[in-house]
Design a protein. Structure first.
Length: 300
């Protein structure tokens, strides 16, 4: 991919939008980014974005414009339809053809593991479980680049916080309830006995305030959530718990410990599960305690 103007269409989910910002490190020329209204605060201070548009404003603003490179990174009709409004020299990701969503060969390594997979769901799920490459490795390859540990690009101020101030994220999106580990309160009690200042993250009506909350932490403990991505973007020490989603997909920048369930059906991406015990039930309290102990030593 040569230097020139770039259009990125990445609407959601918010954590996915945030990690996609890492590509801004290697793009030359102006970048126009279309995102969802909820994700806009995550990108509004990013120095790598020339023009930030919401989905609602994008059709009128983009109509008839030309870009050297277009990347549509959402597999939804409303995102793909924007590609048809502009002129481009090269593109990657998803697009509409004959009323159906397709994806380019350059994006196949990522999309082959998803709902659009040309191989069908069973093979896509298998590829997802076998995958050892981070999202950023797949992403950079779509742009003809090689990922070399480039950070998220947010423009956020990074704060140094007391190492024993620990934020715990118990929550997960309702559709991903199996990301939740129910023993977090028990872990918190143990950490408080060790003179740690422990608190649980709560909902904030403005995501900017939530980012500030994460910034006060020396250590963040979470599942595979937006909180995890915010903590990584703020360059915090992170411990993340994985069950139904892929741990290798998350690049931890050598400051994240991944605690992965020992269950055989790991990374199933199921939203409903009748297994008992399930993947998260099999993660022991002592495993998290050991991870925290090691993280605190590294932060000393």
């Amino acid at each position: 991919m040569s230097a020139g103007s770039t259009l990125i269409i990445k609407l959601g989910a918010m954590g996915d939008v945030l990690r996609t910002s890492s590509i801004l490190n290697v793009l030359d020329g102006p970048v126009t980014w279309v995102t969802g209204q909820a994700s806009r605060p995550l990108l509004e201070t990013s120095p790598g974005i020339t023009e930030l548009l919401t989905l609602e404003a994008a059709p009128q603003t983009l109509q008839g414009r030309s870009f050297d490179f277009v990347a549509c990174l959402d597999d939804e009709v409303e995102a793909c339809a924007l590609v048809d409004l502009v002129h481009w020299k090269d593109r990657t990701g998803s697009y509409l053809q004959d009323g159906k969503i397709h994806y380019t060969d350059s994006a196949a390594s990522w999309y082959d593991m998803g709902l659009l997979s040309r191989f069908g769901k069973q093979r896509a799920d298998e590829l997802k479980r076998l995958n050892t490459r981070s999202f950023q490795e797949h992403l950079f390859a779509m742009f003809g680049k090689t990922f070399q540990g480039e950070e998220y690009v947010t423009g956020w101020e990074l704060h140094t916080a007391p190492r024993r101030r620990i934020g715990i994220e118990m929550r997960a999106d309702a559709r991903w309830r199996w990301k939740r580990w129910i023993r977090f309160p028990e872990l918190a009690k143990q950490l408080q006995k060790q003179h740690c200042e422990v608190f649980f993250f709560e909902h904030r009506s403005d995501v900017r305030d939530f980012i500030d909350d994460v910034n006060t932490c020396g250590l963040v403990i979470t599942g595979d959530t937006l909180t995890m991505h915010i903590a990584l973007a703020l360059q915090k020490r992170v411990i993340s718990v994985f069950g139904p989603t892929s741990a290798p997909e998350i690049h931890g920048y050598n400051r994240m410990t991944s605690v992965v369930s020992p269950i055989e059906c790991i990374s199933c991406y199921l939203r409903d599960c009748d297994k008992s015990p399930n993947c998260m039930d099999l993660i022991e309290l002592t495993t998290l305690q050991s991870a925290v102990e090691q993280a605190l030593k590294e932060l000393a």
